[in-house]
Ligand binder design. Structure first.
Ligand code: HEM
Length: 471
């Protein structure tokens, strides 16, 4: 191992350090932090992975330009020459797309009544579904997915779909296939396999044709939407993100440095749906779990909702400052569940240094978010679920900035944070205005995370009983 690198697992050339253990990946990373400290490396195949569990180091790295890129991985780009969209792209194209999307989110939605109104409408439908199932044990209904997807649809294409709508169903089918095709990662971690195998065998191993086909299906899916928008576009009155992108593309068509293209627009849409749906759905599912497991927290939430939103008044963002306990619960849930447990990977764009160690160009940085959210340097009694930790002495919500990064930190923080926070606020207030939640009699809520997914710490499939509240 070259000198100056962080301590950790180096292993053999080409294969790196391979372990044979039944332990899940997160527990292995935690053990390695215990062994090596705040920063360690693990060579996986030919890929150098660096894990950091010190908030200050993560913040420092992700605020610097030399850690700004995403890795050049096929699993992110899906065999495109360049990564398009936002989440997987780099350089000028990423910069332009991020700026465009943040502007869109601000102009189309945040703080504006139209998007809040769309979220309210969706939440009313979710309440109808919950009312139909009230009193009987069941999982969080599929309508939650529909609610969150429809908010994104509203923003990008001014559309909303019923749960049974074929177009919505097709998107869910395609996404489900996408999340199970992770064998492409073999190309990123063991690229030399390609030289040792006949081409057709390698392609079969990494499910190349399936992935290509899936990508084409997604592109066709969104192309239809883009074509419909082109036909109805009113340049003086852009209605949504697709309209605005088409206008920007037209305005820049003579600009030799333009990064706009219809293909790129498709990938922006994919970025929004992929990054914005599972994250919000799973965070709200965790919130239901924590409330069902902590009836005393739920009682306080009900009291705050009843006081600020009497007689079934619908919430808007104007009520947020008067609902500090609701805000505290949402933030405490995000800390406790640490949904995106390693954040999204960043890559060192040049040979650089961090925490006194050398980090070579191409090394991939991961933040161990769960460790940071349970780090006693920032959190008093971190293992306790205590929304009160977010309230100051006057009962006002106070955002702890150090040691908290559910949306990442630095230059690539989540572009959808304000949207996600708005959705979670409206969902929480509207659902618990009408219902209380509890595990079925004789059962308790399992708060142990499901660690089988590499990206998300999802809640275990718990059953709940929603009960209609007396208004
Ligand atoms: C509770 C819900 C959400 C959570 C926990 C979450 C979390 C994250 C995290 C951890 C990152 C990576 C930051 C980094 O690379 O350092 C990220 C990036 C991103 N998120 Fe979110 N997110 C949520 C909701 C949303 C929503 C609603 C949208 C949009 C509709 C969205 C769009 C994005 C995009 C486009 C990126 C990539 C940013 C970039 O690469 O520059 N997210 N998010």
């Amino acid at each position: 191992k070259p000198p100056g690198l962080p301590p950790g697992r180096w292993g053999l050339p080409l294969v790196g350090y391979i372990t044979w253990t039944s332990k899940n990946f997160e527990d292995q990373v935690m053990d390695l932090h215990d062994q090596y400290g705040d920063i360690f490396l693990w060579r996986m195949g030919t890929q150098l992975m660096v894990f950091v569990k010190d908030y200050k180091l993560v913040k420092e790295a992700y605020s610097r330009f030399d850690f700004i890129d995403r890795p050049n991985w096929e699993i992110l780009k899906t065999f495109e020459e360049t990564g398009y969209g936002i989440t997987a792209s780099n350089g000028l194209l990423w910069h332009n797309n991020r700026k465009f999307t943040l502007r869109q989110l601000r102009d189309l939605g945040m703080g504006k009544s139209s998007l809040v109104g769309a979220v309210q409408q969706q939440c009313l439908k979710l309440r109808e579904t919950l009312a139909e199932k009230a009193g009987t044990p069941g999982m969080i209904p599929h309508q939650l997915h529909v609610t969150v997807l429809n908010v994104i649809w509203h923003m990008v294409a001014s559309r909303q779909f019923d749960a049974e709508d074929e177009r919505l169903q097709e998107f869910l089918r395609l996404s489900a296939k996408f999340s199970t095709s992770n064998r492409v990662a073999l190309k990123d971690f063991f690229p030399w396999l390609e030289n040792f195998m006949p081409n057709f065998l390698f392609k079969r191993l990494i499910t190349y044709h399936e992935m290509k086909h899936l990508l084409e299906m997604f592109i066709r899916y969104f192309s239809d939407e883009i074509e419909e928008h082109k036909a109805t576009l009113d340049p003086d009155n852009p209605l949504d993100l697709i309209d605005s992108y088409l206008l920007e593309m037209e305005a820049k068509k003579e600009d030799p440095n333009t990064t706009c293209s219809e293909r790129d627009l498709t990938f922006i849409l994919l970025s929004m749906f992929f990054a914005g749906s599972e994250t919000t759905v799973n965070t709200f599912t965790w919130l239901c779990c924590y409330l069902a497991a902590h009836p005393q927290v739920q009682r306080k939430l009900h009291a705050e909702i009843d006081e600020v939103l009497p007689n079934g008044a619908l919430p808007t963002l104007a009520e947020k400052p008067r609902m500090p306990y609701t805000e505290a619960i949402i933030n405490e849930v995000m800390r406790a569940c640490s949904l995106v447990n390693f954040g999204l990977a960043h890559m060192a764009t040049s040979d650089t240094h961090l925490g006194g160690y050398t980090i070579p160009k191409g090394a991939v940085m991961n933040s161990t978010v769960t460790s940071i959210h349970y780090d006693s340097r920032y959190w008093d009694r971190p293992k306790e679920f205590r929304p009160e930790r977010w309230l100051d002495d006057n009962g006002k919500f106070s955002m702890a900035k150090e040691g908290f990064l559910p949306f990442g930190v630095g230059k690539r923080t989540c572009v959808g944070e304000s949207l996600a926070r708005m959705e979670l606020f409206i969902l929480t207030t509207m659902v618990f205005q009408s219902f209380s939640i509890a595990p079925p009699p004789g059962k308790s809520v399992n708060l142990t995370p499901d660690l089988s997914d590499l990206f998300f710490r999802k809640a275990m499939p718990n059953e709940f009983i929603f009960t209609v509240r007396e208004q």
